[in-house]
Design a protein around this ligand. Sequence first.
Ligand SMILES: [Zn+2]
Length: 274
Amino acid sequence: MNAVSVGDSVVVYGPWGCGTCHACSQGRENYCPRAARLGIMPPGLGRPGALAEYLLVDSERHVVPIGDLDPVKTVPLTDAGLTPYHAIKRSMSKLEPGSVAVVIGAGGLGHVGIQLLRLMSAATVVALDIREESRELALRSGAHHALPSDSKAVGLVRELTDGAGADVVFDFVGAQVTLDLAAQMAGLDSHINIIGIGGGSLPVSFDSLPYGTRVSTSYWGTRSELIELVELAKQGAIDVHVERYELEEGPEVYKRMEAGKIQGRAVLVPAQRS
Ligand SMILES: [Zn+2]
């Protein structure tokens, strides 16, 4: 029996692995050590992706049925939801009641990350973003505080934590300026998660960061985590802020994204065929 039938709405799991190695057998295809060697490329990252009327998927295991959920509101979960969900799960041991989590960048991924942090933990959530509209989106998404990500942010986070600094910093930007902020506001025995691919670097040595700081990168998410996210969406627990466009508007949407004018996630929708 197939898990999906013709006509079903599905979302596509993106980070394809070989499907048979130890990591893949745990659903951790995002960390498949054989994918590069076998030339496996995710859709949209080296092979044709979803900016088309049809998307070829190599295996049934790479689709997750979404039932009656609105495909436009649900499709961003495959990245904008899965990436923060995976990063947060890796830091759950630090997200205890009374802890402080800082989210740098309240854009497509960050605003979902804030919702997930509120859903999955009792941590105080502080959002940092240079854009005022994104700070407003952060507050609507459940952040307790939303601050401009400038030089004053470090002092404000220290103030909020009685000098201790953040327990977990999620950097959804990853630029030099935001990684510097992350390093300056991290507390003792904290986690710094580098998620954004902004090209910055964070020097790590014994005394370059507070003692016990764990710095890690985090790539996309696992297959089982996407299934869990779809379950959360079915429960109405996640509300992705979506701007909807026609497929033909794609080039213009990319320009708007580059100019920082997209709120949340832009979704391009192909014309419906009758
Ligand atoms: Zn594998």
